[in-house]
Design a protein. Structure first.
Length: 114
């Protein structure tokens, strides 16, 4: 997926951990997701569990800066569920990983840094 333009939806509503307006979209068979070249809004859309449920996601390719912001420095409970089963994380623009990072990705086996 590549789209670096902001979604037209209300920004405050998109980033809100609650989801009163819409149903949660479930991608029950999705195992690999590349959101490395998208606007931060799409990272929120896919990782926030009140927007999207990814029960089988095991490979994630994402820009580190977006991941850090969307997960609130790897402390946001509302994005933890969709990240919890990721075993391969492909990171664009990596940084030094914190203790919270490793706690956030408990199944983390290896990463590829680009």
């Amino acid at each position: 997926m590549e789209n670096k333009r902001r979604q037209s939806a209300n920004l405050a509503e998109l980033k809100d951990d609650e989801n009163a307006s819409y149903s949660v979209i479930e991608y029950s068979h999705l195992t690999s997701l590349d959101i490395s070249h998208v606007h931060e809004d799409y990272v929120v859309q896919f990782l926030l569990e009140t927007k999207t449920y990814l029960p089988r996601l095991t490979e994630l390719k994402v820009n580190y800066d977006h991941l850090e912001i969307v997960t609130m420095n790897f402390t946001r409970d509302a994005t933890r569920l969709n990240c919890s089963k990721v075993k391969q994380l492909i990171v664009i623009n990596p940084k030094l990983y914190s203790k919270e990072f490793y706690q956030y990705f408990p199944s983390f086996v290896n990463s590829i840094q680009c």
